[in-house]
Write a new protein. Structure first.
Length: 139
């Protein structure tokens, strides 16, 4: 018996999260109902405080945030404009120290839109990125 491993010896899909990895979620982002469904779905993820939807021209279409929280829409919209010319489709960035109240921002360009989530605390960034990757825009 050989002590060497091959790719067949490893499981690349975590069975605990298989239901998340194989699915996509379609939203009609050109309607208020579709936007609301997307915002609600993303806002339910642990640690998420703000969800922003912009178009690729930098216009904030929808933003869901806690009462009294600062608006992140303009920052996300400006970043969407930067992403437009760079060919980037999925971005994650950490701002500040988590201990000092920093935030994690995850953004995805999908169709003619940019979706962003702002999370604080000990957030599972991989989970947020997976959620963003599942988003599909319906006509």
């Amino acid at each position: 018996m050989s002590d060497e491993f091959s790719a067949d010896d490893f499981e690349f899909v975590d069975p605990e999260y298989r239901h998340l990895q194989a699915s996509s979620k379609a939203y009609a982002l050109d309607t208020p109902q579709g936007q609301g469904a997307l915002m609600t779905e993303l806002a339910h993820n642990s640690g998420v405080q703000t969800v922003v939807l912009t178009d690729m021209q930098g216009q904030v279409i929808n933003e869901r945030k806690p009462t009294g929280a600062p608006s992140m829409g303009d920052i996300v919209a400006a970043t969407a404009l930067l992403l437009r010319g760079q060919g980037l489709r999925l971005v994650s960035a950490q701002f500040g120290s988590l201990q000092a109240g920093g935030a994690t921002v995850c953004m995805r360009v999908v169709g003619h839109y940019c979706v962003a989530v702002v999370a604080r605390g000990n957030v599972n960034v991989g989970r947020l990125l997976t959620e963003l990757q599942q988003i599909q825009v319906t006509a």
